[in-house]
Design a protein around this ligand. Structure first.
Ligand SMILES: [Zn+2]
Length: 129
């Protein structure tokens, strides 16, 4: 046991015991905890995939730009009204957004629909893009 626990450090083990006590008090098992944490990990990975799905081309180099939300946590504060930044994976060009992520996604879907309308002459149903 000592050998296994050595890898975690004393602080983490104390946190674990505190968590175990709090869960037990509420009748929550360790299996429930595992299920919840694994569910959250799946949910976050799904969100990440959707975020990566929203890409656009860089106006400077035509490289892929990826959208990163800002001002959503203590760690990504920018000190202004920005909501997200498009960052070019190739040249580092940045385009700052002040629309909400939901508005940006709606705009991207609309742009995708308009693109298909140009190519096909009609757009597919609203929910299929
Ligand atoms: Zn670029």
């Amino acid at each position: 046991m000592k050998k296994i626990l050595e890898a975690y450090g004393f602080g983490k083990l104390q946190d674990l015991l505190t968590l175990e006590r709090q869960l037990a008090r509420r009748g929550i098992s360790f299996a429930d905890l595992r299920g919840f944490v694994e569910g959250e990990i799946r949910r976050l990975e799904e969100e990440k995939k959707q975020r990566v799905g929203f890409q656009k081309s860089c106006p400077a180099c035509n490289g892929p730009m990826v959208l990163f939300p800002v001002n959503t946590t203590r760690r990504n504060q920018t000190g202004d009204e920005s909501t997200a930044v498009w960052t070019c994976a190739r040249c580092g060009e940045e385009i700052w957004e002040t629309d909400t992520i939901a508005e940006i996604h709606k705009r991207m879907r609309e742009e995708a629909r308009n693109g298909l309308r140009r190519i096909w002459g009609f757009a597919p149903a609203r929910n299929s893009v």
